[in-house]
Design a protein around this ligand. Sequence first.
Ligand code: NAI
Length: 489
Amino acid sequence: MTSKARITVAKGDGIGPEIMDATLSIMNAAGAQLDYDFIEIGEKVYLDGNTAGITPESWDTLRRNKIFFKAPITTPQGGGYKSLNVTIRKSLGLYANVRPCKSYAPYVESKHPEMDVVIIRENEEDLYAGIEHRQTTDVFQCLKLITIPGTQKIVRYAFEYARNFNRKKVTCMVKDNIMKVTDGLFANVFREIAAEYPDIEANLKIIDIGAALLADRPEDFDVVVTLNLYGDIVSDIAAQITGSVGLGGSSNMGKDFGMFEAVHGSAPDIAGKDMANPSGLISAGVMMLEHLGQLDVAEKIANAWAKTLEDGIHTGDIYREGNSKQKVGTKAFAEAIIERLGQQPEKLPVLKLDQESFKPIVIPEYERPAVKKDLKGVDVFIDDLNRSADELGELLQELSKGALKLKMITNRGVKVYPDGLPETFCTDHWRCRFVNRDNSKDVNQMLDVSKTDVLELLSALAAADVDVIKTENLYYFDGKISFSLGQGE
Ligand code: NAI
């Protein structure tokens, strides 16, 4: 007999309570060995004045139980409310978002009957750091942070997942032709780690064509691993083209914690009407039971669910005249599954789980390499509404008489000084690159500068009332250039 697991459950907002009650009734009837601690999160907690959407007591419960089964929540409109999903993922270190996207044609209409893809999305980094600033009248910035340990974790997770589940191919999607430093890191780590898994085919695709191919020929993909924002988008595309976003479940996995939820939101338009499809949450519940080692219960639920679909008993979102036999509400759908517990689908694949697939994925501790870091210059970002590129360039040449000299100015990444084109549209946001005065032209052979040189430059700019909004130091790491060049530099 499997030992009982104590898990945290949140019924959420909108359709959340209906689909959670339906799912728990199925899990209980199937013999899941679970004890529940219920917590309140989401809209009510936000509106009670807690901008995080969760109370300290709920955090204690989550941290104690380590497994969280969560219905969707509503984030109230308007400023000041932080996304609870992002907070939970980051606070508990849930770095891997795993979304299996499989079609159930012909019982659920899909243009892609062969589709069976798992999207593994990095869950903690990228533009979701939420570090944003308005810098000038014209320009707003969001910081994209990609780390070596974060990338190593997610890429290794994808390969280990593929190996556990006997999947043959991992495709990495990046935009490293444009973001050579950040997406370039992700691609390089992917290449390095892929070499350790010769039994698995590894592919790199640029995200734009990758997403297009995924939407057009999902049957060509197996496991996809990608950065947070791209993963957010492609996992929704993939879930949608299986036939309904209402079918997908997902897990958010960390070293010690797991959070399991449906892909869709709280669907306020159909809340309280007994219309919602609980399948997404049921599927997340099956993933949770698999994770907890309750494989017999997971199989029982998944097979009874597939049999219910096959028998044409469908909720409104997937009901199609001719294809479906009976349109049911949330409760009746759950009851139909409970009636079929112990049965197997006849046409859809029968789920037969193998304990081997659920070997824990252990990611080696990150070993920070010893690196040599050399300062080679500084990018000074300046807010200037009034000067042209040439006027600003001449002023900065005049003000930089020390060890650093102005090399170039870019506006939105395009070189506008020296020798800019008059056609280039310029905002009030100028990136001014200063480097050692004695440099040759070769960007791979730049001479060092000192922190004092940078401070002297900034003092001179401040004294002349130049509006410096921020600086970024230019480094070589281990002798290699580690910043992007300006377009035209
Ligand atoms: P949504 O996924 O809630 O709804 C989109 C459409 O799909 C609606 O027409 C809805 O009726 C339908 N739908 C969704 N789930 C369904 C189901 N199980 N059965 C039948 N139909 C279903 O997305 P929307 O409208 O953009 O967001 C609503 C709220 O949900 C927002 O407050 C949003 O912030 C929140 N949300 C929460 C998530 C979470 O807690 N994980 C994820 C996504 C959105």
